[in-house]
Design a protein around this ligand. Sequence first.
Ligand code: AMP
Length: 366
Amino acid sequence: MIKLHDLYFKPFMSAREIDSAVDNLAYQLNRDLAGKKPIFLGILNGSFMVLADLVRKFQHPCEIAFIKAKSYDGTQSTGQVKLEGLDLDLSNRTVVVVEDIVDTGLTVVTLSRKLTQLNPKELLVATLFLKPDVYKQELKIDYVGLNIENKFVVGYGMDYNNLGRELPQLYVQTNKMKNIVLFGPPGAGKGTQAERLKEKYNLVHISTGDVFRYNIKNATELGTLAKSYIDKGDLVPDEVTIKMLKAEVEKNPQAEGFIFDGFPRTNAQAEALDNLLQSMDTEVSGMVALEVEDEILVERLLERGKTSGRADDANEDVIRDRVKVYYKQTAPLKDYYAAQDKYYGVDGVGAIDEITQRLSVEFDKL
Ligand code: AMP
């Protein structure tokens, strides 16, 4: 995901897919315009990239010229088109207007009206991308590289308030990332709720406990190291946990956000998470905490231990140690996020559905 000004964008089309669309356009032009010595008229600023790639694939003599047009302000078409550079000699020529993208068609329609007054022999319109759902003009678009959905895209010449033109692939506007620290003592129900919330909000769920257990099960080096701490109810050292968490985040470059479950558990981890997210141009949206009394926790964990197969759930002493570790090392993180106005507490006692509902109220705000 990338950020341009105040908006977020996620990958939409790879450079290779764009190249096939250019190939398609070039194929049609080569087929129809051989021997016509066309003038390819690029519409600045957006079309500089497609025009450059397109003419390299055009196998016949041609000329190139540019006109400057502007109809967008931010992500919205303004409904008015400003044109510059119309002092061209096009009389008796085959003119091909080359657009990067046509959506409402306002620019090409205005432009083609003006260009007709310059008496070309033939006036054709070629666009790399067309949004057929929004293009409702009578003017025929003669050549289309690829039809795309009606989404605001940037990259490959297209911009959001002048940023993003240089990107070799296309990006589409998306929501700000939701990066939620799902917090609460062991047994509060974080795992259960995260499973439901990740579906509802399309987020990637990272449970450090689950990653450790996976590694233990597969007898990896990390698993062997972590097991000695986990079996006692202690925390795995920060250095190890932070490295693992980073690797998990990096496995999901397209994520719209994360639910961190069981991380951070120490101040050092919270700082590491801030740094990691900052390096991705995002941040923790909020800490949403399930608040549950200690005695209920111990009961729940003992109950879970009957079926979870987790050694650390089976022994009451280990459970009590985990709760103690939580209060000593992890609970203070509430203050860390509260100081940034990012703490949202939720009553964690009740039916599972009810609690999901309470959590959703907070997730919706973030
Ligand atoms: P959980 O499944 O979240 O209850 O985690 C089980 C155990 O894994 C914990 O008791 C710790 O020993 C270890 N663990 C999980 N997450 C972390 C973390 N962020 N930092 C240190 N240890 C962790």
